[in-house]
Design a protein around this ligand. Structure first.
Ligand SMILES: *[C@@H]1O[C@H](CO)[C@@H](O)[C@H](O)[C@H]1NC(C)=O
Ligand SMILES: *[C@@H]1O[C@H](CO)[C@@H](O)[C@H](O)[C@H]1NC(C)=O
Ligand SMILES: *[C@@H]1O[C@H](CO)[C@@H](O)[C@H](O)[C@H]1NC(C)=O
Ligand SMILES: *[C@@H]1O[C@H](CO)[C@@H](O)[C@H](O)[C@H]1NC(C)=O
Length: 381
């Protein structure tokens, strides 16, 4: 009986806490669960404590972390300047809200994982030698146009995981890598990538870009581009005017439903194409669109394909899982004739890895598939 009574009072207390919680939830409070006991007995007020206001912080962010004075008089207190790396300024993970004045000797600037909201010119007045800037994982919504155009040697700019709404304008033509993934970008200003002839990597993954944001001249000047990541945007069409120097093209998680005939014509190095999680069906894929001799890895998982598209004998990895494929005919998809001379290794397709799970297929694997793809190590059905 005693246990029962205890359970009952515990339950009552629980309900009471619930009631107090509900009342207090309109007052902004971070840890309401500590308070109910004092609230229950208002007649015995503890001195000062209940009347104490919630601590008022100037912002939600913790204060910047300041280190001891450096041997370098120009080293900002929020940063670490190591004598072994006099050209590096390490200001990452220091709760910084405003970028400090960057010393002129800085080549490598690390500002990632802070609370920076704006990038303005003042901090960079003397910093004309910078080559790498990492601004990833901050709260940046604005990069002034004149900040980086005055840094002609800039090679890498990393600004992924911020709140940018457009691609920053005025970036220098010297850039080799530009990472802007996981922002809220829905606009690319005209000429944003103009003259960037040395850019090899452009990452715009996880933004809000639609077809109308990518004109046929957007990527026109990118004569060295090797990696383009436009995955996780809201594209319905394959991007136009993509440089044919690309090695990697990632377009996963868009709403693309077709690939224009001859889209990949003229690509001389394309090796990795990812179109997982789109809306591709057989109708949207011209017969030989993926017959690309340089292609090594083709990913078309989570689409609506009912048959296996044709591909080149050089392809090594093919992801077709989670489509609506019902049968697979090895004779039809074999890149070379099954009758070809089996001792001629140049006509043995190089496919090593094939994923077909999540389709309407069941084992066994048809004999003609095994006959054709003799390098196949792994097939998932
Ligand atoms: C720039 O360098 C000059 C001379 O070294 C110095 O007086 C000035 O304070 C520096 N300005 C900034 C913003 O760092
Ligand atoms: C591009 O790279 C080449 C070779 O490193 C260099 O000579 C050239 O100045 C660079 N272009 C720009 C605009 O920085
Ligand atoms: C695929 O391309 C190769 C040359 O790269 C060509 O010989 C072959 O006929 C093409 N196959 C199809 C089905 O278009
Ligand atoms: C596979 O395709 C070939 C050629 O089109 C055809 O002759 C053969 O009957 C097909 N095999 C099956 C199992 O449907």
């Amino acid at each position: 009986m005693k246990a029962g009574a205890e359970l009952f009072s515990a339950l009552a207390l629980f309900l009471l806490i619930g009631a107090v919680f509900t009342q207090r939830s309109s007052v902004r409070t971070k840890k309401p669960t500590r308070r109910p006991v004092t609230t229950r007995k208002p007649s015995v007020p503890k001195p000062a404590e209940p009347a104490q206001p919630e601590p008022q912080e100037p912002t939600d962010f913790p204060p910047p972390i300041l280190g001891p004075p450096s041997i370098y008089p120009d080293c900002p207190r929020e940063c670490v300047c190591s004598p072994s790396y006099p050209n590096a300024l390490n200001c990452e993970n220091h709760n910084i809200r405003v970028i400090p004045a960057i010393p002129s000797r800085t080549h490598y600037l690390y500002l990632q994982n802070n609370y920076i909201s704006e990038v303005t010119a003042e901090s960079f007045l003397n910093a004309t030698e910078i080559r790498w800037v990492n601004l990833a994982n901050n709260r940046i919504h604005r990069i002034d146009k004149n900040v980086f155009e005055k840094i002609p040697a800039l090679l890498y700019l990393y600004a992924q995981r911020n709140n940018l709404k457009e691609v920053p304008a005025g970036l220098p033509a010297s850039l080799e890598q530009l990472r802007l993934g996981r922002n809220r970008i829905s606009k690319i200003p005209a000429g944003a990538f103009n003259k960037m002839r040395n850019l090899t990597l452009l990452d715009l993954y996880h933004n809000q870009l639609s077809d109308s944001d990518l004109g046929k001249n957007t990527f026109k000047d990118l004569k060295s581009l090797m990696q383009l990541n436009l995955a996780h945007n809201v594209l319905k069409k394959m991007p136009a005017g993509v440089p044919n120097t690309l090695i990697q093209l990632f377009l996963d998680r868009n709403r693309i439903d077709d690939v224009p005939k001859g889209y990949f014509e003229g690509f001389t190095h394309l090796a990795f194409v990812r179109l997982n999680y789109n809306q591709l069906s057989d109708k949207g894929l011209p017969k030989s669109v993926f017959n690309i001799t340089t292609l090594l890895d083709l990913q078309l998982a989570h689409n609506q394909l009912a048959s296996v598209p044709l591909f080149n004998g050089h392809l090594e990895h093919l992801h077709l899982n989670h489509n609506t494929i019902e049968n697979i005919n090895g004779t039809q998809i074999c890149p070379y004739s099954l009758q070809a001379d089996q001792s001629d290794l140049s006509v043995v397709p190089r496919l090593r890895y094939l994923r077909l799970d999540g389709n309407h297929l069941s084992p066994p694997i048809p004999l003609d598939v095994i006959m054709c793809f003799r390098h196949l190590h792994s097939i998932v059905i």
